[in-house]
Ligand binder design. Structure first.
Ligand SMILES: C[S@@+](CC[C@H](N)C(=O)[O-])C[C@H]1O[C@@H](n2cnc3c(N)ncnc32)[C@H](O)[C@@H]1O
Length: 267
């Protein structure tokens, strides 16, 4: 296994922080653990040599693979379920009564393998059933190609699916070789795209709801605040931001109004 020298660690840390906002300060052992063996097996004699290889790979595939290794993509259905209850019982009825062009802007930012946007798509389908003319498609983004590939397939193990109500599984999934697959009416309502949250936000329209949960835990407070300000700019008046329950935001430093734990609204 390759060990990472302090100066190599500093270089990687700076590079990842500058480009992706992810703070690797306490992750030296994690990096060695996730990369050390495979780099040695691929014939690299040092992390330095590997970095040169990544920088020189114009296809971007090596960088993408590095990001796949460094990001933590843990997620599951119904995570922090109080948010989905609030979305279903309060946010959707509110949007139904206020969005006059019947076109919703919903963004799952840092969607990982798709459990979060799929849950939102099921709730949308249930709520808007029989309500004609609504566009309820969800934008779901992540920087990791690996998780986006999994999300696009929409296939989950029986064990993963156990976490959500069985009536949803029966209504919105069909059994397949590796577990269960979402029906087209769910998959077609999620648009998966690769997007780095550190990049400039250039969206054609604003969002009524942004879910960015358990993503900012990897960012330092400056990066987090800058990102929340960017979210605010692209939120419709009256729209919502949902963050993870363990992600603290200083209410005095942000423009959103606090609604309940980890839920904010643009007044
Ligand atoms: C732990 S998952 C969260 C998944 C889901 N939102 C949830 O709460 O269960 C965090 C995701 O954020 C993504 N991520 C980290 N930094 C990012 C960045 N700069 N831009 C976009 N996505 C990022 C990671 O690739 C990872 O899939």
């Amino acid at each position: 296994m390759l060990t990472i020298k302090q100066e190599e660690f500093e270089e990687l840390k700076q590079f990842i922080y500058k480009n992706y906002g992810i703070d690797l300060t306490k992750k030296k052992h994690l990096i060695e653990g996730r990369l050390g063996n495979s780099l040695a097996a691929r014939g690299f004699s040092s992390f330095r040599e590997y970095f040169e290889y990544v920088y020189n790979d114009k296809s971007g595939a090596e960088l993408s693979e590095l990001l796949n290794r460094l990001t933590t993509n843990h997620t599951y259905f119904m995570r922090e379920n109080a948010h989905f209850e609030y979305y279903k019982n309060t946010v959707l009825p509110e949007l139904f009564n206020t969005v006059s062009d019947k076109s919703l802007g919903i963004w799952s930012a840092g969607c990982s393998t798709g459990e979060e946007p799929s849950t939102l798509a099921m709730l949308n389908d249930e709520f808007f059933y029989g309500k004609i003319g609504w566009d309820t498609r969800i934008l779901a983004t992540d920087i990791s190609d690996r998780v986006l590939e999994i999300a696009k397939k929409g296939v989950y193990s029986a064990e993963a699916v156990e976490k959500f109500p069985q009536e949803y599984r029966k209504k919105y999934m069909k059994p397949c070789e590796n577990g269960y697959m979402f029906l087209d009416r769910i998959r077609d309502n999620i648009i998966y795209k690769k997007f780095n949250l550190m990049d400039e936000f250039r969206f054609k329209r604003k969002f009524h709801v942004i879910f960015c949960r358990n993503v900012m835990i990897y960012f330092d407070s400056k990066t987090k605040l800058e990102l929340v300000n960017k979210f605010y700019e692209v939120t419709e008046k009256g729209g919502y931001l949902f963050i993870g329950h363990s992600e603290y935001l200083d209410k005095d430093a942000i423009e959103y109004d606090y609604v309940m734990p980890a839920v904010y609204k643009k007044g």
